[in-house]
Design a protein around this ligand. Structure first.
Ligand SMILES: NC(=O)c1ccc[n+]([C@@H]2O[C@H](COP(=O)([O-])OP(=O)(O)OC[C@H]3O[C@@H](n4cnc5c(N)ncnc54)[C@H](O)[C@@H]3O)[C@@H](O)[C@H]2O)c1
Length: 469
């Protein structure tokens, strides 16, 4: 009944109130019609009035630091004041791109002391996130902190409580939370487009050196051009090592492996769509198969997650995979499976496919029917025809609906708009610390499961590991 209800909501959304009470085959026809008209292009929704100027600074100026600045500075009313980084080449590059009047420093604390700065973008390695985010809020700065929000599960509580006390706009940088594609998927899911969810599978597979985190090391990398002590932040005390500095993801001292880097994005998408708080049982396995370059993290990881029934969603199972040794070249996809269809998400689009079983189950073919003696078969057919005389035996055709973001769409811009809007209105951003901890916690728990070779029992409401595991 619940399905029927949500299905009717879906029909209503699709075609208006006249379709409200029409049965499933019509939906399929409707879906096909829409498909005939072509793919539906989604529109950006956020319209942020750029009334107040916001002064920002970037802490961390590597790949994501520059990527975040490009998105943030494409918006009206946003001024870049300064940047901090541990490699002089990155500070020089900041001036090259944004002007020599931009202040640069190796010491991020100088940025936090500057009263002209309203918000900081933290794009440093994972081991710095919690420390810098908390310090920034304590100095009254709004924070955009890259994912994963924390390196260790225990760091979550203090970020949550500091943000609650300060009420500052806080956004974690898993940009999917503000993507128009994910928002559309959420709307479709909530209106019952796939019936009752039972399974989700997500994979991100790659096979190339950069994709496997072997990033380029600049020829001038040295103990003079790199502030190695600040980079290490006390978590290690090693002689200068340019590989660790520029390829920190490959070392557990600074990074969070495949789960912290990539599972987090997958959880962000799933939790945004389903409004879920997270799984209660977590099991992960994997190994280091190919990229044996000194790294101490896996290059293949599989995770299984059991989600309990809540008032937002039924109980379902999730399977995640990241493989950096996919000889086919790789790819990525997310698929939510329900009893009335599937929702497939690629970076830029969401596709709904529906297939509804007929009321008559059919017989013959790969079935016990052919094993019955002839007179029993005759009896069976007679009874079957009587029972299903009104119903056609074949499965109804598959219907398909595709929604796509416009060409060149950058969800990061929407994610920044959402943060800027929260700053301007003293509002709440899409990916606050509690939401982020509910995506980061299970990802980090997957690392624990992999290391301990054990199932981790997780409390998705209290956002912590249960004592029983
Ligand atoms: N949202 C996304 O899609 C996405 C994509 C890539 C990376 N990220 C995240 O962004 C973060 C940065 O990743 P990256 O690929 O840009 O790494 P990167 O190595 O290219 O850049 C990190 C920079 O931080 C600097 N740094 C280190 N310690 C610092 C400190 N104490 N103060 C100031 N600067 C410091 C380093 O010098 C380096 O330039 C990571 O947490 C990563 O998970 C997010």
């Amino acid at each position: 009944m619940a399905n029927d209800h949500s299905r009717r909501k879906f029909i209503k959304k699709l075609g208006g109130s006249t379709l409200f009470a029409i049965a499933a085959p019509t939906i399929i026809a409707e879906a096909a019609n829409v498909k005939d008209k072509g793919v539906q292009i989604l529109k950006r929704r956020s319209k942020v009035p750029a009334n107040d100027r916001i002064n920002i600074a970037s802490i961390g100026l590597g790949i994501m630091g520059f990527g975040n600045l490009k998105a943030a500075l494409s918006r009206e009313g946003i001024e870049l004041v300064s940047g901090a980084d541990c490699y002089d080449g990155h500070l020089q590059r900041l001036k090259e791109l944004y002007g020599t009047d931009i202040k640069t420093t190796r010491n991020y604390e100088e940025i936090l002391e500057d009263p002209t700065i309203d918000g900081v973008i933290i794009s440093t390695p994972d081991h710095w996130h919690a420390r810098q985010a908390i310090a920034a809020m304590k100095k009254g700065k709004a924070v955009y902190c890259e994912k994963p929000m924390v390196k260790k599960i225990e760091e979550g509580d203090e970020i949550i409580s500091t943000q609650k006390a300060s009420k500052l706009a806080f956004q974690v940088g898993s940009q999917w939370a503000s993507s128009i594609v994910i928002q559309k998927a959420k709307e479709l899911y909530e209106t019952g487009a796939i019936g009752q969810l039972n399974f989700v599978e997500v994979y991100t597979d790659r096979f190339d050196a950069k994709g496997a985190w072997q990033y380029s090391i600049p020829p001038d990398a040295s103990a003079q051009t790199c502030d190695w002590k600040s980079f290490q932040g006390g978590v290690t005390n090693l002689p200068f090592d340019s590989t660790r500095f520029f390829r920190w993801r490959n070392y557990q001292d600074y990074g969070t492996g495949m789960a912290g880097d990539l599972f987090v994005h997958l959880f962000t998408r799933l939790h945004t769509i389903t409004s879920s708080f997270g799984p209660e049982r977590i099991y992960a396995t994997g190994g280091l198969n190919y990229w044996k370059d000194g790294r101490d993290v896996a290059d293949l990881m599989l995770g299984l997650f059991d989600y309990p029934k809540t008032d937002k969603h039924p109980a379902f199972n999730l399977s995640l995979r990241v493989n950096f040794v996919d000889g086919s070249g790789g790819g990525d996809s997310m698929r939510l499976v329900g009893n009335e269809g599937e929702m497939v998400l690629n970076g830029n689009s969401v596709t709904i496919r529906n297939k509804k079983l007929p009321l008559a189950p059919g017989y013959g073919g790969w079935d016990t029917f052919g094993t019955f003696p002839e007179n029993t078969q005759n009896e069976f057919v007679k009874a079957y025809n009587e029972k299903y005389k009104e119903v056609k035996p074949q499965v109804l055709p598959v219907g398909e609906l595709v929604f796509q973001a416009p060409t060149g769409y950058d969800m990061r811009v929407d994610h920044f708009d959402n943060w800027f809007n929260a700053i301007r209105t003293n509002g709440v951003a899409n990916e606050g610390p509690e939401f982020a901890m509910r995506t980061t916690g299970p990802a980090l728990a997957a690392n624990l499961s992999y290391q301990e070779k054990n199932i981790i029992h997780w409390d998705p409401v209290k956002i912590r590991r249960k004592q029983s595991s």
